[in-house]
Design a protein around this ligand. Sequence first.
Ligand code: SF4
Length: 382
Amino acid sequence: MTDSHRDRTDRCPGVFTTHAAADGALARIRLPGGSITAPQLEALAEGTAEYGDGFLEITARGNLQIRGIGDTDALGALIVDAGLAPTSTHDRARNIEVSSLTGRIGGAADLRPVVAELDDLLRADEVFARLSGRFLFGLDDGRGDVLARHPDVTAVARTGSVADVLLGELTLGSVPVDALASEMTAVARDMVQVAPSAWRVGDLTGTEHAAIVTAASARLDAAVGEPGTPLAASPSPIVGWFDQDDGAVLLGGVVELARLPARLAQFLAAVGKPIIFTPEREILLCDLDEAVAETVVRVLAPMGLIFDAASPWTSVSCCVGAPGCGRAHAAVREDLVLRVKQDPVDEREHWSGCERGCGAPTDAHLRVEATPDGYRRTHAHG
Ligand code: SF4
């Protein structure tokens, strides 16, 4: 059995199973679709200020992490009270990415309701507690942004009413959008039952893969023809001022090192509008009117929320490095801050403290990896 099969413990952290890092306990709060309400963000800001290191870390899956936790029980209770960890058994199985702008700007379909339905179905069935903490559901509204991140089970909208369902890269067939959540959970159920030791679809043997495809084919309509013309891609980065299709304003920003200070999080929450964290570690503040958006930029930019799409912080990311991670060969955060100050950034870069490359992007980038002998630079091709 390979290391990619689950012959060892699934150590992906959650709210109830924190990770013992060198800088203290670490909790990961999964946000289906990266979405969080203003009161929930307010609660997490209070949580990290009181029990953590005072920051909310944005992860490469649009989730949040709190590090350096002194009292895990107290922080866990606060997170549960905020409705951010509805069940202890399924806490780590709620890995759902959706096109970040779906329902607000572009896209063939508004997939926001599917996120909620999928999350409800996952939490309602004991079998899904057996999915690994790495298993990823993807909901792509037709623009290709989620598909590019290689989820395990993906829906790609063709129109507002029909979507294809994929297992890894393979299209299984089409279903009405309102049946997507039940079909995606059916595929995941087959995977748990056919290959209980697999972490992800890429770990399946040929026989296991074929069994899941056969079961899905019996349920699904054959995909009709070639996929439609790909829709216009999302702006990249989603940083700055954007007009929503309904006339409201969406503001996108980033923060240095993808670490959102508790006080800035409190100010974001005070706006009282929906917030989305993206896998590109952007922070989207949605559904604003123009006057509020202008005020947000005026107040939050001086506090460290970067609305400039040309900022180097839209193109660089890193892991925690030393001293937060015991495996790190270098103080990656400090070194990256210095690097950004000293030289222009003209390509996507990810810095990591060791060969594991935690949090690396799935697309092409310059990989800067610390070794015992200094940093090594290579190009990763996505
Ligand atoms: S890449 Fe290495 S040093 Fe960085 S967080 Fe992961 S294990 Fe730690």
